[in-house]
Design a binder for this molecule. Sequence first.
Ligand code: ADP
Ligand code: MG
Length: 167
Amino acid sequence: MANAATDSDATVVTMVIETHSPHETKSWGRRLASILEGGELLGLIGDLGAGKTVFIKGLASGLSLREEDILSPTFTMIQEHHGRFPLYHIDLYRLEEATLDDLGLREYLFSEGIAAVEWFERLRGSAEMEFLSVRISYAGANLRRIEFSALDSRHAQIISKLKRSFA
Ligand code: ADP
Ligand code: MG
């Protein structure tokens, strides 16, 4: 776990955890959901089968949505759900590269709701956006490493709260 403050404008907050089952990954999604305030952009990064959709199922249940309603989108790249906040579940897998002008993404990503974007790295210019990165890596059959990080203060504060409450 690292928490490196550089200067007042650019603070990197990072938190790394390991999960040993899909259930555990979902609980971290629920925990994150319990802290969100609306208006957050969650960028999920990780290979196919890493657990991005599993994590979003947990997030959904933490927003009072049914996790069964969270699907791995095949043709629908954007799925909208209405729980404690609107949840926009976006999966860019089918696009090699997306821009904010594709699919009306801008309106979902910068809304009062919560946008959770799988394959966030495929979005052009994503690195310059304010977002909370959830990077999931395969570490064994049922083992996953999840790294939460954020550069902007609003999303960094969410991670700090997650640490204080659950680490
Ligand atoms: P992605 O959306 O990243 O492509 P999915 O969430 O659809 O991946 O699938 C993750 C797969 O890995 C599921 O089959 C799930 O059961 C399995 N799995 C095994 N261990 C874990 C874990 N610790 N966390 C999340 N998923 C896990
Ligand atoms: Mg997925």
